[in-house]
Design a protein around this ligand. Structure first.
Ligand code: KMH
Ligand code: ZN
Length: 314
C-alpha cells in the first residue's frame, strides 16, 4: 500500500548507463569503467541510495554482460559509497538469457532487476538525433531494436528467483512495463518464491510497454494495492522527456522514483543532462519542496529488507 505519510522516506534509484543509449547520443553518458564508477559515486553523493547498474565493453562502450566488465567498476563504487548496488538481469535484449544473469550470479548483489514479462523493446527512435555515429556497432544496434523482443517467460523469471534470489538472498527490483506484469508478480508471490516487501518499478514510455500517461501510474497503484496490500513499495520512472513527471507523480502518490541516463539523457525540455548527479539533485530538490525527505542507503535497506552491503560477492 502506498504510504502518503509526511514522515516517510523517499528512495531515489539512479541508473547511470543502461543499454538503450549509445556513446554517440550524449558526450555525458558514462561508458568506460572509470566513467561508470564516477557517475555512480556522484549520483550516490547527490542522494541516490540505490544504483541500478549495467556493464559496458571498455573498448567501444557496447552493452556487456560479463562479470569481468562489472568487476571493472563495482569494487571502486563499493569503496566510495554505502549505496545499495542493484545489478541488472535485463542487460540488453540482444543478449542470451544466460548472459543476462552472468553478472548478478557472480557478484551476489543486495538487489537485482527482474523484468516481469516479455516486451517489444523498441528504442530505435533514440537514434533520430544522432548526426555521426562514433562506433560501428551503434547504429545497427539501435535501429534493430525495432525487431527485438526482450524475452522474459515464467521459466526464466523463476530461474532468476531461484538461482539468484533464493541462492544469494538477493532481493529484486521488479520491472513492470504493463499492468499484466503485476499479475505475474502475484503468481510468484503466491508460490512463495519471493518474500515481501516487493519493490515494484513501474516503467512508462518505452515503445512496447505502457505509454507515458500518468493515469497509467494511478491504475498501477490501484491494481498493486489490490494484489499486494501493504506488502510493496512502488517506484516509477518515465523514459526520455517523461522522466521527472513520472518520478514526481510517483512521489506524490506515496512511492519512490528512479532517474538516470539509462532512460533519459535530459534534465529539462531540450536540455541535455551534464551528469547523472544533476538528475538526482533535481529530484532531491523536488522531494524536499514537497516536504519529504530522501532515504539514506541505511533507510532504503530497512524499507526493502535487504541483506546488507557486507554480504555481497565483490
Ligand atoms: N531501462 C529500462 C527501461 C533492466 O535493467 O533489467 C529497462 C531496465 C531493465 O532497466
Ligand atoms: Zn536497466
Amino acid at each position: 500500500m502506498f504510504d502518503q505519510g509526511r514522515n516517510r522516506k523517499v528512495i531515489i534509484t539512479c541508473a547511470p548507463t543502461g543499454s538503450i543509449h549509445t556513446p554517440s547520443m550524449s558526450p555525458n553518458l558514462p561508458v568506460t569503467p572509470d566513467q561508470i564508477a564516477e557517475a555512480a559515486i556522484g549520483a550516490a553523493e547527490a542522494g541516490a541510495s540505490i544504483l541500478h547498474l549495467h556493464a559496458r565493453n571498455p573498448v567501444d562502450g557496447s552493452p556487456s554482460p560479463t562479470a569481468e566488465d562489472f568487476m571493472r567498476f563495482l569494487p571502486r563504487i563499493k569503496q566510495s559509497t554505502d549505496a545499495v548496488i542493484n545489478i541488472s538481469t535485463g542487460g540488453s535484449a540482444s543478449m542470451s538469457l544466460d548472459q543476462r544473469i552472468e553478472g548478478a550470479k557472480a557478484v551476489k548483489p543486495e538487489l537485482a532487476s527482474l523484468n516481469m514479462g516479455p516486451l517489444i523493446f523498441d528504442f530505435s527512435g533514440a537514434g533520430g538525433r544522432v548526426k555521426e555515429w562514433r562506433h560501428p556497432w551503434e547504429e545497427p544496434y539501435v535501429t534493430s531494436s525495432r525487431g527485438r523482443i526482450m524475452y522474459n517467460d515464467n521459466v526464466f523469471i523463476e530461474r532468476i528467483m531461484t538461482e539468484i534470489g533464493l541462492e544469494f538472498g538477493t532481493k529484486f527490483e521488479f520491472e513492470c512495463y504493463d499492468i499484466s506484469h503485476l499479475y505475474t508478480l502475484a503468481h510468484f508471490a503466491e508460490k512463495k518464491l519471493i518474500e515481501p516487501p516487493f519493490m515494484i518499478q513501474g516503467v512508462y514510455g518505452i515503445l512496447g510497454g505502457m505509454g507515458p500517461d500518468v493515469r497509467n501510474l494511478a491504475h498501477m497503484v490501484t491494481v498493486a494495492d489490490s494484489l499486494f496490500g501493504k506488502d510493496y513499495h512502488l517506484s516509477s520512472f518515465g523514459a526520455g522527456k517523461h522522466q521527472l513527471t513520472f518520478c514526481t507523480q510517483s512521489v506524490l502518490l506515496g512511492g519512490h522514483c528512479r532517474v538516470g541516463m539509462e532512460d533519459s539523457l535530459y534534465i529539462g525540455p531540450g536540455q541535455m543532462a551534464v551528469s547523472n548527479a544533476e538528475q538526482v539533485s533535481k529530484m532531491v530538490r523536488i522531494i524536499n519542496e514537497l516536504g519529504l525527505e530522501v532515504a539514506t542507503p541505511t533507510e532504503a535497506r530497512a524499507l526493502l529488507g535487504l541483506k546488507g552491503g557486507d554480504k555481497v560477492g565483490f
